[in-house]
Design a binder for this molecule. Structure first.
Ligand code: GCU
Length: 672
């Protein structure tokens, strides 16, 4: 007979209290009601699920909820079926995700209808660009939560608590994997000391349904194993990796697999030995296969000799389509260049028809104002995921080409480069937390709308529950009208604003060198690799501006399926948001608005600044609804963002004006 047990809320003493206010993220504790839980099994993950129910139950006081593990065909991966007082799933992780969904709906006031809820992707994973010395590449929220320089291998109770809070936050939005170290991988990550720390992290993350993964350096056999080569076809190299992977699994039995940046930006790779990406990836995949591990092999490749960097990944990977093992997934950045404020989707999506492909998004704001600018990224990711590739007819969106709907994929996955650090609010900017949240929600349901995600996050993160309870429906109404509506609109407009004041009309990669924060369209030191300098991308001269990727130029348009190739190729049909991505046009080219290209550029830059000013006003008005710590922090950041937006506008317009030789329209604010 099944062992049934139920526990009452009042007996529960929480051990999961957050360390400090800023650490609460979207899981703000509000007063819960007593609940009885009926559950037929006992696992660490189910214990977490039950703890969460007791901690956050907002339904009927004293209600009974049943958690059942069944075998239901309609359920995929860690999917679940929900009703007001029951969660069903095929495994305990599904129960946990169902519980978080139930609690979220209770808190946001959404309906709880009986429905099957399956994740879009099997693996929903964060990529931490964290180095063993504790620094974080492109991290703007303090040092790594996993690694540190001093006392590197001591695990403190504070570490464990933080990792648990991290796991909980991820699980609450369905993220089920994490790569613990930088893609520019330090070889020592595979040494025993590091692996033992990975073991402890894995133990803490496991009850929350999260697996750990590592990035590896392709030359590890030579660097660590002292072999003469790291050639993927060399028997000694193959044996070295096999032994290393066996060792990893003896330490972390449910290890997820490897992430590899190879033959890219100076990183070693199979091409150093005259081998292909497939040779390299397959060798690692074979070693991982017996344990069920996967290889996420990145397609972020380009070399200084290529005339158009945007074409290279496609050129290198398309000939290898169909040659990868079924536990290899090619990890492709959303755009063909590098996480710009706006790029068209990478032409590899949908084009590789016999290989699993996964999207990689950047949650950390490398090119989007770091942790200073308020930029909600869901609209950018939604734009990419819903782009039609036409690869299998109309409706072959990037989402459907990667989530297994169109192509038979043994594994499906989606990755986000994390924006998390030791900073008290985790992400450096209070609103940057929304991007972590949004990544998880989209990874779970690739068809969610940005507006819904923003609204959920605002309700969970900013709704002042206690005032609402005592303050009646009046508070609800004014909170919705005076806080939720304007702040949600600000979030939804924020990405377009950033595009306007940084890179309007398809401009890209014109950020200041190395840091990628402010403007730097002029930056081109003598001897520097051309493809690392902004003039390579904007091509501004007295003749015009923009990168010619048409059939007469680099012919990057040819990498897109029809009708896109023709649409992009013709300036009359190319969406104006991508105009200067695909075309080099004269300054007096006539835009759809009737303005010249130069004037349009001026108007867009100016609009971006105006938008940030309006965000400042919006925020100032919501002061009564926000605690003073968060209110002041966001207000201060918006002030800096505005100054930076003005700098972007002035710097870019004054720089480009030397080529356009046209006046800035009279109606607009003069550069200072
Ligand atoms: C960008 C970024 C690097 C990073 C690289 C990558 O180029 O600036 O810091 O290593 O992307 O994604 O591998």
């Amino acid at each position: 007979m099944k062992h049934l047990f139920s526990v009452c809320c009042s007996l529960f003493i929480t051990t999961l209290l957050f360390a400090q206010d800023g650490h609460e993220l979207w899981l703000r504790s509000s007063k819960s009601q007593p609940v009885n839980i009926v559950c037929s099994k006992k696992t660490p993950t189910l214990s977490v699920a039950m703890d969460e129910l007791r901690r956050g139950w907002q339904g009927k006081s004293g209600a009974t909820i049943t958690l059942t593990i069944t075998k239901e065909k309609a359920l995929k991966y860690d999917g679940f079926k929900l009703s007001e007082n029951a969660v069903q799933a095929n495994n305990d992780k599904g129960i946990l995700y169902g519980v978080y969904e139930l609690l979220r709906r209770q808190q946001t006031g959404e309906n709880i209808t009986s429905e099957v809820n399956n994740p879009s992707y099997e693996t929903r994973i964060l990529n931490h660009w964290d180095n063993p010395d504790g620094s974080v590449e492109r991290g703007y929220a303090g040092h790594s939560i996993f690694w540190r320089k001093d006392e590197a291998f001591t695990v403190t109770s504070q570490d464990k608590k933080l990792w648990q809070e991290y796991a909980r936050a991820n699980a609450s939005v369905g993220i089920n994997g994490t790569v613990l170290n930088n893609v520019n991988a330090a070889p020592q990550i595979l040494n025993a000391d590091y692996l033992n720390r990975v073991k402890v992290i894995a133990e803490i993350l496991r009850p929350y349904g999260m697996k750990v993964y590592l990035s590896v350096k392709f030359s590890s056999p030579a660097l660590l194993g002292k072999l003469k080569t790291s050639d993927p076809l060399d028997p000694e190299v193959i044996a070295w990796w096999k032994a290393k992977i066996k060792e990893i699994y003896s330490i972390v039995p449910d290890f997820g697999g490897l992430l590899v940046k190879a033959s890219s930006e100076g990183q070693p790779g199979p091409q150093d030995f005259g081998r292909t990406h497939a040779d390299g990836a397959n060798m690692l995949a074979d070693a991982l296969k017996p344990y069920g591990g996967i290889v996420m092999w990145r397609a972020f490749v380009y070399s200084p000799n290529d005339k158009d960097r945007a074409k290279q990944a496609y050129n290198e990977f398309m000939p290898l389509d169909g040659q990868f093992r079924d536990n290899v997934i090619i990890q492709v950045k959303n755009g063909p260049i590098d996480f710009q404020p706006r790029e068209p989707f990478s032409p590899l999506f949908g084009a590789m028809k016999n290989t699993s492909v996964m999207p990689e998004f950047q949650i950390t704001q490398e090119y989007l104002g770091h942790a200073t600018h308020l930029v909600f990224l869901a609209p950018m990711w939604e734009e990419c995921l819903q782009s039609d590739t036409y690869q299998k007819g109309e409706g072959s969106t990037v989402a459907r080409c990667t989530d297994g709907s169109i192509y038979q994929q043994n594994h499906t996955a989606i990755a986000g480069v994390a924006n998390i650090g030791l900073d008290a609010n985790w992400c450096g900017h209070h609103f940057a937390q929304a991007n972590w949240y949004a990544f998880g929600r989209l990874a779970w349901n690739v068809n969610l709308k940005s507006e819904q995600i923003a609204e959920e996050w605002l309700r969970l993160t900013f709704y002042n529950d206690s005032s609402a309870r005592t303050g009646s429906s009046d508070y609800n109404a004014s909170w919705t009208n005076d806080f939720l509506k304007p702040v949600k609109q600000m979030m939804l407009d924020s990405r377009e604003a950033a595009v306007n004041y940084m890179t309007p009309l398809g401009l890209h990669h014109i950020m200041s060198a190395n840091e990628h924060y402010g403007p730097g369209p002029w930056w081109a030191p003598k001897g520097m690799r051309a493809d690392w300098t902004p003039p390579y991308y904007h091509q501004a001269s007295v003749i015009g501006i923009g990168f010619d990727r048409t059939t007469k130029g680099s012919d990057a348009v040819e990498q897109y399926h029809q009708p896109l190739a023709s649409q992009f190729n013709d300036p009359a049909t190319c969406p104006e948001k991508f105009l200067l991505w695909f075309h080099h046009l004269p300054w007096n080219y006539t835009m759809k608005s009737g303005r010249t290209l130069w004037d349009e550029l001026c108007y867009d830059y100016d609009k971006g600044v105006q938008q940030v000013r309006s965000f400042q006003k919006t925020w100032d008005k919501v002061q009564p609804y926000v605690d003073s710590t968060r209110f002041t922090a966001v207000q201060r950041s918006l002030r800096s963002q505005c100054q930076n937006a003005i700098l972007w506008k002035d710097a870019c317009l004054l720089y480009f004006q030397q080529f356009s030789r046209m006046p800035i329209p009279y109606a607009l604010e003069r550069p200072v």
